[in-house]
Ligand binder design. Structure first.
Ligand code: KG4
Ligand code: ZN
Length: 348
């Protein structure tokens, strides 16, 4: 397969993602069509440590990145000289891990004489939704990942306003900590999700709403409540059904996320609700949002599983916004572990 005949009209962005523990390289056509999406997960390596070890993550990225770039180009069927630009995650993420992707992307951009596009990881998670269908604005995104929990209002394409965020733990982080307390391996989110579905009852746990008008979240109190239940049972030598705890935890998280997201959609007259981030893979959350949105007539988009957790196709989708507007990066691009989503908004 070659795409040389329509290179003048179409864009072919090669995207690199190394912000955490997945190395991923994709080629995306026109910000919407994934021609290749290779993902190498380091989960097995980090499992032994119960979480991501930054130094190990960087070394693992270095081991595979060059070969993955070659393989992604080959799998896409696009000739290297026909690539329009090289996109890379600039932040947020682990600085050493980001650096590996940035150096690889700069080297490729320089070798091929192609422009470089600096991309925001969360904008990527949000724009993974554009791989399913064209977005309509204003749109609201509920971002739920290992490091982020945010409600993001988008008045227009590429314009981000964070209207609510977690004040402590991110949802994925809370899932991983609760999973650890229940004896599950890292990353624990999928295990808690599975157990919640197996349970025949739920342990009652609190809902944290914060102030009545707030779109912010807080999950550390809920996490502590779970740890209390687990510790109390062990002190009293009572048997505790971990599945019932998982179900109680998941019900609390899902209820708060769904209520705040629906309220935000109403308040901002959003035409679509976009779910994004690794926790978007959660079956309980997907089902609850689907049911609620169907009932309320809200247009809900959820990316397919492979585009929910970290991947480079989503980076290619977000980078396209900047490509269209000629907002390119220089070869002096630096990793920014705390890069702001709002600051990354398109200029025009
Ligand atoms: O977006 P992501 O791949 O990485 C970050 O950018 O953080 O999200 C990873 C997070 C982990 O905390 C993982 O436990 C969680 O997503 N996760 C889930 C599920 N699948 C992944 N959490 C709950 N239920 C799931 N099914
Ligand atoms: Zn992510």
């Amino acid at each position: 397969m070659t795409h040389s005949s329509d290179t003048l009209q179409s864009s072919y962005i090669l995207a690199v993602e190394t912000s955490c523990d997945e190395t991923s390289v994709s080629v995306v056509k026109d910000g919407r069509e994934v021609l290749a999406n290779l993902i190498s997960s380091q989960v097995e390596t980090h499992k032994a440590f119960g979480g991501v070890v930054p130094e190990v993550a960087s070394r693992k990225h270095v081991e595979v990145i060059t070969l993955m770039i070659e393989e992604a180009i080959a799998a896409s069927g696009v000739k290297p000289q026909d690539l329009s630009a090289i996109a890379v995650t600039q932040g947020p993420g682990l600085v050493g891990a980001l650096l590996v992707g940035i150096v690889a992307a700069k080297t490729l951009a320089m070798a091929l004489g192609k422009p470089l596009i600096a991309t925001h990881h969360i904008a990527g998670h949000i724009y993974a939704n554009r791989l399913i269908e064209e977005l309509q604005y204003p749109a609201m995104s509920l971002v739920v990942s290992g490091g982020h929990t945010e409600l993001v209002h988008m008045e227009a394409e590429g314009k981000f306003e964070v209207i609510g965020r977690t004040r402590d733990d991110a949802v994925g982080e809370a899932y991983d900590k609760v999973a650890r307390a229940l004896g599950c391996p890292y990353p624990g989110g999928p295990h808690v999700d599975r157990m919640a579905h197996e349970a025949d009852h739920a342990v009652t746990l609190p809902r944290v709403w914060l102030e009545a008008d707030s779109y912010d979240f807080s999950f550390s109190g809920l996490k502590s409540a779970v740890l209390n239940v687990v510790n109390q049972a062990s002190m009293k030598k009572e048997t505790l059904d971990p599945a019932a705890v998982a179900r109680g935890f998941q019900e609390s998280v899902v209820e708060v996320l769904v209520e705040k997201a629906i309220r935000a959609v109403r308040a901002y007259s959003s035409k679509q609700l976009l779910l994004s981030g690794g926790v978007a893979a959660n079956r309980g959350l997907r089902k609850a949002l689907e049911e609620r949105c169907a009932k309320e007539g809200i247009h809900l988009l959820i990316p397919p599983m492979e585009y929910c957790t970290d991947n480079a196709a989503m980076i290619g989708a977000a980078a396209h916004l900047k490509w269209q507007r000629g907002e390119l990066a220089g070869l002096d691009l630096q990793a920014q572990p705390g890069l702001s989503l709002e600051a990354w908004s398109v200029k025009s």
